[in-house]
Design a protein around this ligand. Sequence first.
Ligand SMILES: NC(=O)c1ccc[n+]([C@@H]2O[C@H](COP(=O)([O-])OP(=O)(O)OC[C@H]3O[C@@H](n4cnc5c(N)ncnc54)[C@H](O)[C@@H]3O)[C@@H](O)[C@H]2O)c1
Ligand SMILES: [Zn+2]
Length: 346
Amino acid sequence: MVTRIHVGGDRPYDVLVGRDLGGELPGLIDGAARVAVLYAAPLRERAERIAGGLGQRVTPIEVPDAERGKTVEVAARCWDELGAAGFTRTDVVVGVGGGAVTDLAGFVAASWLRGVRWVPVSTSLLGMVDASVGGKTGVNIAAGKNLVGAFHPPAGVLCDLDALDTLPADDLTAGLAEVIKCGFIADPRILELVEEQRPENLPELVERAIRVKAEVVSFDLKESGLREILNYGHTLGHAIEKREKYTWKHGHAISVGLIFAAELSRLSGRLDDATARRHRAVLEMTGLPTAYPPEAWNDLLGAMRVDKKARADTLRFVVLDGLAKPGILTGPDEDMLREAYAEVAR
Ligand SMILES: NC(=O)c1ccc[n+]([C@@H]2O[C@H](COP(=O)([O-])OP(=O)(O)OC[C@H]3O[C@@H](n4cnc5c(N)ncnc54)[C@H](O)[C@@H]3O)[C@@H](O)[C@H]2O)c1
Ligand SMILES: [Zn+2]
């Protein structure tokens, strides 16, 4: 059974969720004579299987794993390979892997001949529920993560749930932080499903989280307004990632950030105690981190002030006015921020 989740906007596409989705790819790359398949070593076998099922001339491109592959140098090598294979406007780039490989593949596709079709085959939980939905592609540079990129919606997205069987446990847990975020900002049923702690709930969690992101980005392709709610928990989360020099998994930092954002919502009189407490309970039960050192506060505050999401000099936070009722808190005073941080400082 395949679930199709529609993503609207000026270049609509579907996200397909199911098992054994290899047969869906040919339909998405119809009319292409050549296909480049980008992957990193952990997904080599899956990529070879996918490539083997295509009728087109395939250019396999193995790239360094994870963030090491998300660089301008690797992208340049991919462009050279496309050039050598004679890639034209009607050819297609496929990225098989987690968010790092699909971000790279999307960026390579966005810039080749100013944009060719591409398809992410997402293999990590974070990739499925976040990275491959919404059309953001890009690479990292020395000055920071994701600073160079393009909005380039895919032709379609394949989320093969089979892939999650081999995903390292730590990556599965990290991906759950984004799923739980979707539960708090938009779909409380997600929280119940996580709280049940049944592995067989995972497919429904993936689908529900994708629906949340799909709905938001359908209305807001270029991150003008509504899309900001997806940053719930991310202002402090980004600051933690930066302080840890990106050695923490994104989802782990977001987990701490969610508890902070909930406490900030509560302290500003917008969120009830029980819903704020539920953040810690549900995140802890999945094994996500919920604490960060007290002495880090000044670093974190400084980092939040330069976060690209802060506008002008005023700090902005996505907060909750209740379960599934996201809102914006602008310019909270430093005392309140420090008090909210006390909730995670230990
Ligand atoms: N474009 C967006 O909107 C967006 C949104 C969120 C995150 N991202 C990006 O996504 C990246 C993080 O994605 P991620 O968490 O998937 O990390 P990742 O791509 O680095 O994957 C984590 C690790 O898991 C391995 N892996 C992936 N799937 C596997 C599988 N099925 N079996 C075994 N191993 C597997 C990868 O090879 C890697 O070693 C970051 O670069 C982030 O910036 C992008
Ligand atoms: Zn995130």
